[in-house]
Each structure stands twice: as structure tokens, then as C-alpha cells.
Write a protein that binds this ligand. Sequence first.
Ligand code: SF4
Length: 376
Amino acid sequence: MAQIHTFRTDDAGLKLIHEKVVGGERLSSQDALTLYRTADLLALGWLANYVRERMHGDKAYFNVNRHINPTNVCVAACRLCAFGRKKDAPGAYTMALEEAFQTAASGYSEAVTEFHIVGGLHPDLPFQYFLDLVSGLKRRFPEVHLKAFTMVEVAYLAKRAKLSLAETLAQLKAAGVDSLPGGGAEIFADRVRHIICDHKIDGEQWLETARLAHKLGLKSNATMLYGHIENDEDRVDHLMKLRALQDETGGFQTFIPLAFHPDNTLLEHLPKTTGMLDIKQICVSRLVLDNFPHIKAYWQMLTPKIAQIALRFGADDLDGTVVEEKIYHDAGANTPQGLRRQELVRLIQQAGRTPVERDTLYRPVVRNQTSVTVAV
Ligand code: SF4
């Protein structure tokens, strides 16, 4: 779609970046810092929107999915987290397999195309539980894509099963995992990671797990948790590491900047992110991650209103219907737990974009009264 407005700014740094962006030139770490530090949100948005429209025109993607969190029991005690519980703590739960299958079925009425499955690092559940969970879901819902287990969970399962990462991933894939979500990346910088999620695998291990998954033919997403104690340099370092790995493997589909929600976490004293930071983060992600096909404005964390605006500031995806979200709602998110398909369509249309329902691999989904077809 042709740009309606001409680019204008008084920020000399942005003028130079404008030339690079229009010329299709890759941005440097210094450029990324300049983008984070500008106050000219409209000029930044112009640039991000220029790239977004060059890649996707007016299309804005969403999917019809359901989240399944099999357990919130977790051996780690990340300060950023309001979801994980010790085994005997109030509110701790672990689904029996049959319960997980029923949960999956309860979202099925809207003809979901994806189950998004993540949970805590349970100290007792054997690897076989997760293999059975995946193969059981695949048997019951063969046409639904299983996007399951973050790099952090995969690394923990490997450790518990005393298997290599590659073997763990291969067994999960053989059981029915189709791709991996992008969670657990947080911020790669050790300084920050030690404070917010000391018990998790480090940034290098996260990247190595993603590398191995991609080599096995499993696509994944990638995330970054922002708006806590990280600084601009930490964010740039994170984006650059993802971009380098994507150059190597091409296995990432979508980058999802995640706004930190402090309520009920050990970082509760921190303020929530502002609308300015949320939108700026989407813009910078689109401009720096030139090799990522998609940038997602995850409505659950940003609110539907901010996510909708983000569709004109670099984002091309809103995520999906979700149905039942636990992780950010435990951390005080006051968004709805799910949105109906029709509401996602309305948000996109009112942003002046063309809604495209996609499956997890971004193939268009065609629906009629009685059937769902994925275009291949
Ligand atoms: S963020 Fe994940 S690994 Fe950390 S405590 Fe929460 S559930 Fe456990």
C-alpha cells in the first residue's frame, strides 16, 4: 500500500536511518539505540509502517487458537513470574492427561487451528507425561497444530530425562509437536537475567535450543520481555542475537515483544509499561529484525486497543482467540481471557487493515459454515 504521508522529522539520527530503511539497508546496533532514544514516535512509526507495508501490504494476521497450561507447578522461582507455584503452594495445579484433553476439547467449538501449550517446570512429571500429552492431543485433534513447550521447558525436560537437547526435541517432534512457542527468552543479557529469572537456562542455552529445533525442521517464535529492569543496550543486544540466529537458521516465524506485567510478582514495585514504550517497542522490533517475517502485537499483554494501534506502527499480527489465558492474568493483566474471532476481525478492520485468518505457519485459513480449510 502506498504511503500517504511523507516522512518528516527534526531528529538528525532518524533522517539517516530513513535513508537506510528506504534503501533496504540493514540497521546497526547504534541505529537501534537511536530508534529507542528518539521521542519522535510518529517518524519512528512511519519507518516501521513503511517496512511493514513493504512486507505485508495491508494484511493483518490472526488465528483461532486455544492455550493449554498443563501445570503451574515450577521448580524455578523467577522474580518476573506470577504463574509458577511450588508443588504444595495454594493454587498449584497439575492436569491429569484426561483433564488436559478435556480442556483442549472445550476450546474446540470455534474450530481452533492451534493449541498453544506451555507450563511450569514440574519436578516430578516424567518426560513420558509430555510425550503422552502431545500424542494424545494429536490422536484426538489430528488437524490442530501443536505449538508446544518453550526452549526453557525443552531444556528442563532434557535434563530430567537425561537426554541430549537434540534427542529430546526429536522425541517431542515424533510424538506430535509441530512447532515451538517463543517464550522464556526474556532478556538474554546475564546481568538482567540473574535478577529476573536466575533459575532459568541462560541466553546462550535458549538460543542453542532454538538452533537445534530449527535444524530439526521445527519452526519457532521468539519473544523479549521488556519494561522491567533492562536498559536500551540490553534490548538491542537481545534483538541482535535473535537476528544473527535467524540469519543462520531461518527458523523463526514471529517476534513477539512482551510487555512486563508486575502484579503479584517479586518485581511488583516496578511500574507497568506505558503506551509510548509499547508502541515504540513494536516499531524498533520491525525495523531491526529485518529477517523476521512477522511482528506480533500480542493483544493479551498490550490490551486490544494498543495492539490495534500497533497494526499501523509495524505489527502485522494480533495473535489469536486464546480462550483461556492464565500466565499474564496471574500477573494482573486486565484484558479479557479470550476474544471471539469476530472481535479480532473487527479490531483489524477498524485499523484499516485486511484481516487474514492464518494457521500457525501463516497459511491462510478458509472457513465456511461447515468446514475449515488450510490453503497449502
Ligand atoms: S517464568 Fe516459567 S520457569 Fe520461571 S517460575 Fe514462572 S513458570 Fe517457572
